[in-house]
Design a protein around this ligand. Structure first.
Ligand SMILES: NC(=O)c1ccc[n+]([C@@H]2O[C@H](COP(=O)([O-])OP(=O)(O)OC[C@H]3O[C@@H](n4cnc5c(N)ncnc54)[C@H](O)[C@@H]3O)[C@@H](O)[C@H]2O)c1
Length: 281
């Protein structure tokens, strides 16, 4: 899809980090932007900033883990603008800990947002986009964590591998059936956002946290420090816009040493090795 101006972009998790950068970037392209987020106050502030640049902004408070919320988002998008051309299923949260020490609520919360959120987005929007018959592109935010694994990140890694699998399946189905909608999966490395403060949006019904042992705690603190010197979210947004125009499926870090994380896992499988224990850098 070459022409973005005048078209409609929908972004979930648009009040902060990568989602906000996407909304700002689409606004700069002259797109109408639908900004969806669960954090109402942050969404209001973010939408006011984007409104100053975009031809139109619709801000919708949505919990992407809830199918009915995402269905409402699609309904409001089509009622306001009559179409969705770019759908960014981006909202995400993270929790760290040992696989067997996570609470049920840890799993339910993060799977709900990161994996079900993308599933709900696809189910609510893709049939409408197909029925509309216009050009379009689906952008699902996974992570390098969807192409590799690390200790103490099982819950997050499971969701991101799921998003990569869903996206690859969708790409192949569209190719096999002649559907012209584009598909991309975004797999950033370390980006300086508010993700380490994900718990700010954790629902009270899923508040019970698992036990975080000393090694998981140390890993979590080191990761949080490294994230503060991560790449700016605007770089991801720039890559996404380029990826949409070039119909690029894998939107991965520019640095080959980061992409190498995926190669190590693939080599483990090809060479019949057990998983290589390595720190993400
Ligand atoms: N920051 C990184 O290093 C990094 C790396 C790879 C992938 N990602 C992914 O990027 C995406 C965006 O995260 P970010 O890093 O910008 O973090 P962020 O915390 O800055 O932004 C995430 C946004 O999602 C919103 N959100 C949380 N739960 C929600 C829900 N239930 N419904 C709707 N919105 C919800 C938050 O309010 C927030 O505005 C996530 O999917 C994350 O997993 C981040």
């Amino acid at each position: 899809m070459q022409r973005l101006e005048g078209r409609v972009a929908v972004v979930t998790g648009a009040a902060s980090g990568i989602g906000l950068a996407l909304a700002e970037r689409f606004a700069a392209e002259g797109m109408k932007v639908v900004m969806a987020d669960v954090e109402a106050a942050a969404l209001e502030t973010a939408a006011a900033a984007v409104r100053a640049r975009a031809p139109a902004v619709l801000a919708v408070r949505v919990d992407v883990a809830r199918a009915e919320d995402v269905e409402r988002l699609a309904g409001e998008t089509y009622a306001a603008f009559g179409a969705a051309h770019v759908l960014c299923n981006n909202a995400g949260v993270a929790v760290l800990g040992g696989v067997h020490e996570h609470s049920l609520a840890d799993w339910q919360w993060v799977l709900g947002v990161n994996l079900w959120g993308v599933i709900h987005g696809v189910r609510a929007f893709v049939p409408r986009m197909l029925a509309g018959g216009e050009e379009g592109h689906i952008v699902n935010t996974a992570s390098m964590a969807g192409l590799t694994t690390a200790p103490f990140m099982s819950v997050y890694d499971v969701t991101k591998h799921g998003v990569v699998a869903l996206s690859e399946s969708m790409y192949k189905e569209f190719a096999a059936t002649g559907v012209s909608l584009g598909v991309s999966v975004v797999c950033p490395g370390l980006i300086n956002t508010n993700i380490t403060r994900s718990a700010r949006n954790r629902p009270s019904a899923l508040a019970e946290e698992g036990k975080v042992g000393p090694m998981a705690q140390a890993f979590s603190e080191a990761l949080a420090t490294r994230l503060t010197t991560g790449y700016p979210p605007a770089e991801v947004a720039e890559q996404v816009v380029r990826g949409i125009r070039q119909r690029r499926f894998y939107i991965v870090p520019a640095q080959p040493e980061v992409r190498q994380w995926a190669a190590v896992r693939a080599q483990d499988i090809i060479e019949l090795r057990n998983p290589t224990l390595r720190e993400r850098s």
